[in-house]
Ligand binder design. Structure first.
Ligand SMILES: [Zn+2]
Length: 331
C-alpha cells in the first residue's frame, strides 16, 4: 500500500477513500475564535478486500504523545509492505488538537474530552468537538484501541485496561504482550466506555509516560497492533513477538496522601511490595518527616507519582492487589 496526497473536508465518508491506498486526511471539525478551521489529522488505510474496521486514537489527552508515534509506525509498516489488507485501519493521529498545541491534557475550554462522551451538537466547545469526532469517525469502528499514557508528574508501566469478561476483548489484550492487563468496565462518559456501548470492542492502551516519545514502548505497541490486525485476519503474518508472561489484574487502586509536602515514593514501577512495607513518605520543606505510608496489601506497582511537590490529596502509587501471573497465550 502507498500513501496518497493529503486531502481535507468537513465530512468523513469512508466509502470515498480509495481502496488499496493510505489516505492522509484533515478532518475540519470546528472553527477557532478567528473563524479558522481546527483540523484533526487522520490516516485511512482501506484494503482491497472486505474486513473489519480497526480504529486507533492518539492524544485524546494533549500531553500523551507516544500513541502518535505508534500510529505513524503502523501505517509506515503498511506503506512499506506489499501485503493485501483486508478491511480498514483508521488512525486518528491527534484527537485533541488544541490540547496538544497547548501541551495540556484537557481541551482548550479546560474540560477533559475523555469525560464528555457522547457530547452534544449544542454543548460547550469540548462537547461539540467530541460529539463530531464520534459521529463522523469513531462510529465507523468495529474495534477500537485508544492510546494513552499516564498524566503529568507520574510514571506508568505499559498496560492495557479492558473489560476482561468479554473473551474476544481479553484475547485482544493478551496478544499485545503488555506488562500488565487491568480488568475495568469503563464509565460511558469516556471514549472507550461510549464506544463499547455502541458495540465496538474497545481497549485503552496505557503507553508509559507523558510529554515524550519513548522508542521502546512505541516499538512494542506498534508490533502489538500488528498482531491485533493479524488476529482479526486483516494482515497475513504476525510480527515476531515472543509470548511472555503478564500480570492480570483484577483490582487496583490509587493510594493518596492525606498529608501535603515533599513526597518520595520508594518502589519502582512493576516492583512487588509486601503488606505493611513502607512505600512513601512526606516531609515538610525543612526536611522534617511528616507522614509515612505503608502498603495496605501485597501487590505490584502499576504507576507512581514522581512529582515531589505533593499537596494533600496527591496520588502516591497505583497498587494492583488482586493479581495473577499468566502467559500471554490466547484461547
Ligand atoms: Zn489519557
Amino acid at each position: 500500500m502507498k500513501y496518497t496526497k493529503i486531502s481535507s473536508d468537513k465530512h468523513f465518508d469512508l466509502a470515498k477513500f480509495p481502496k488499496g491506498e493510505i489516505s492522509k486526511f484533515w478532518l475540519h471539525i470546528i472553527n477557532n475564535g478567528l473563524g479558522e478551521p481546527i483540523r484533526v489529522p487522520i490516516l485511512v488505510a482501506r484494503g482491497q478486500k472486505e474486513g473489519p474496521v480497526l480504529g486507533l486514537n492518539a492524544a485524546l489527552h494533549g500531553n500523551e504523545l507516544n500513541g502518535i508515534n505508534v500510529i505513524q509506525r503502523v501505517f509506515d509498516r503498511l506503506d512499506s509492505s506489499d501485503i493485501v489488507l483486508k478491511g480498514t485501519v483508521i488512525g486518528i493521529l491527534v484527537a485533541n488538537v488544541p490540547g496538544v498545541l497547548l501541551g495540556q491534557r484537557r481541551f482548550n475550554d479546560d474540560f477533559d474530552l475523555n469525560r464528555q462522551a457522547p457530547g452534544s451538537e449544542n454543548g460547550i466547545a469540548s462537547s461539540v468537538y467530541i460529539h463530531r469526532l464520534i459521529d463522523r469517525v469513531i462510529k465507523h469502528f468495529d474495534y477500537f484501541l485508544d492510546l494513552h499514557t499516564t498524566g503529568y508528574g507520574k510514571q506508568n508501566c505499559w498496560h492495557i485496561r479492558a473489560d476482561l469478561s468479554d473473551k474476544e476483548t481479553k484475547n485482544l489484550a493478551l496478544l499485545q504482550n503488555p506488562e500488565a492487563i487491568l480488568h475495568s468496565t469503563p464509565d460511558e462518559k469516556t471514549l472507550r466506555g461510549y464506544a463499547s456501548s455502541l458495540g465496538i470492542k474497545s481497549l485503552t492502551l496505557e503507553l508509559k509516560d507523558p510529554f515524550i516519545f519513548q522508542p521502546e514502548v512505541v516499538n512494542e505497541s506498534a508490533v502489538a497492533i500488528w498482531n491485533v490486525m493479524n488476529y482479526l485476519d486483516m494482515v497475513p503474518n504476525p510480527r515476531s513477538n515472543p509470548f511472555e508472561d503478564t500480570w492480570l489484574v483484577e483490582k487496583s487502586r490509587w493510594m493518596r496522601s492525606n498529608a501535603g509536602g515533599i513526597l518520595t515514593v520508594f518502589p519502582e514501577i512493576l516492583s512487588s511490595v509486601e503488606e505493611g512495607e513502607k512505600i512513601a513518605e512526606v516531609r515538610n520543606i525543612f526536611g522534617e518527616l511528616n507522614m509515612e505510608f505503608f502498603a495496605p496489601n501485597s501487590g505490584i506497582v502499576i504507576a507512581k507519582n514522581v512529582n515531589p511537590i505533593a499537596q494533600t490529596g496527591s496520588a502516591i502509587l497505583n497498587l494492583a492487589h488482586k493479581i495473577e501471573r499468566v502467559p500471554c497465550h490466547i484461547t
